[in-house]
Each structure stands twice: as C-alpha cells, then as structure tokens.
Design a protein. Structure first.
Length: 267
C-alpha cells in the first residue's frame, strides 16, 4: 500500500520532461516541510571555507519617511543547506544553472539509516540499505529523489558533533567524522537504478574520512546532483511525498544555497 501511494504521488508530480515543459508540474496538496537550515552566523561550512556573512547596508527610516532595509550577503557555494552540481567533481558536468528543473522536483523517498549511524560516525550507506528499503517498499522508482537520513541533522549547528571537529583550516579535514554514501552504493545506483537527485543530512555525500570523494565522482559523472546539510528528514515518511529543491541560479556555479521543501500528502 505504501508503495502504491508513492507511485500515485510520483505519477502526478513526475511526468516525462516533455509534459513538464508543455503543461507545467502539478504539485499535490499536503503538509509542507522545510528541509533547509537557515543561513546565519552559526551555519556550518567546510573547514577551509569562510562562513556566512550578512552585512547591513541600510536599516531604518529614510529622510523621505518610509522604512527601508537592504543587506549584502557573502557565502561560499558549498555551505549550509546547498546543492552540489555535477561540475563540482565531473569535468563537463552540469553547472547549477544547467541542471534541469525537472530533475530537482518530483517524487521522493527516505532511506533511514539513523540507527546504523548512531555510535558510528564513519558509517557509509550500503547497497544492502537500499535493498532493505526496496524489500518493504518496492524498487526505487525511475526519476526518484532519494534522501538519506543519518540522524545527524539533530546535531546542527554543533560543529564538533555534526562534523567530528570544530577546528578550521586544512588540518581539520583529516579530523572530519560523519556518515555518507558508500562509493559501491553510488556505483550500484548509477548502474542499476535511474534517480534524479540524492541528498542527506550531513556535510557531504561522501563520509567525513573520505580522501578521494568517490561517491561525488561516480554520481556527478552521471549528472546526478546532491543536496547536502538537509534538515527535518525525521518528519518524512519512507515514501509517497514530493520534493521541490530550488537552488540559487548561479551561472557556471559548482554549487549554491538551496531552499528545499517536501510536500507530504495529508490524506
């Protein structure tokens, strides 16, 4: 029954690309869940990146008698809730502005590995984790957006618990510890399934101790973008909902801030 619900929602929201262009995407009614962390002084970035800055340029009443506020923001592409475009690790891959919108919205599902990650910050999501989900809910639908719940969203924005270290700079990278996707599972997804995008609630689709970022390389070579530092995955069902993930449209960008939401049917 759960798989049938997923399929019904998926068919409404994820029609073939030509249908999207001709008639638009139909978003079902339901409970909207924000999967994004806000950008502020506590936003978590990679240890070698500068943090988020909001500079107030104007704030208050003008000499003409009306209120006016304007700010300048500064942010690395890869920090906070953000998208990794394929170009990030694949030469010739899509940049942020080149990713088709049809790839960033549609039927979604959650693979919950939070129990396996508890007490094991170096856990990597395996093929077995996907097979266990499929045994209960059916084969991953073509064009699905796959979200991996490790439970690490609970630690945000505590860098020590979320990333394994609160140190900054190049020397901190070797001290990173958080779960990610096993490269073997990434290869399995590319070879055996056809997904539109993947995301998770940690700083990287590769686990913290990765040195070659193989899952990035495998996924991005297949033009599958990744969403990182997601929030509120604990509020999602295993299947049967829709995700809308809209990044800042940065021409030539390798990544960028992402506002992502899930729509969960209430019926």
């Amino acid at each position: 029954m759960r798989n049938m619900l997923f399929l019904a929602v998926f068919l409404v929201a994820c029609q073939p690309a030509a249908h999207h262009r001709d008639s638009g995407i139909t978003i079902p009614e339901g409970r909207v869940i924000d999967l994004s962390h806000p950008y502020d002084q506590d936003t978590v970035y990679w240890p070698t990146a500068e943090g988020f800055e909001l500079r107030v340029d104007s704030e208050g009443m003008t000499d003409k008698g009306y209120y006016y506020t304007a700010n300048t923001i500064c942010s690395a592409e890869h920090g906070g809730t953000h998208i990794d475009a394929p170009i990030h690790f694949a030469e010739g891959g899509n940049t942020v502005d080149e990713i088709p919108l049809e790839q960033l919205m549609g039927g979604a599902l959650v693979i919950d590995v939070s129990q396996r990650c508890a007490g094991n910050p170096d856990y990597q999501v395996t093929v077995s984790d996907f097979e266990l989900w499929e045994a209960e809910h059916g084969t991953l639908p073509e064009g699905a957006i796959v979200l991996l719940r490790t439970g690490y969203e609970e630690f945000w924005p505590d860098r020590m618990r979320y990333m394994g270290t609160d140190e900054l700079g190049p020397n901190a990278i070797a001290k990173l510890h958080f779960p990610g996707l096993d490269p073997g599972a990434a290869r399995w997804l590319v070879a055996n399934r056809s997904i539109n995008a993947i995301g998770l609630d940690t700083p990287s689709i590769d686990y913290g101790q990765s040195t070659h970022f193989e899952s990035h390389q495998v996924l991005f070579a297949a033009d599958i973008p990744a969403f990182e530092n997601l929030a509120n995955l604990r509020g999602l069902p295993p299947a049967g909902f829709v995700v809308v993930a809209l990044p800042m449209k940065i021409a030539g960008g390798s990544g960028g801030p992402l506002r992502i939401a899930a729509i969960v049917p209430t019926d």
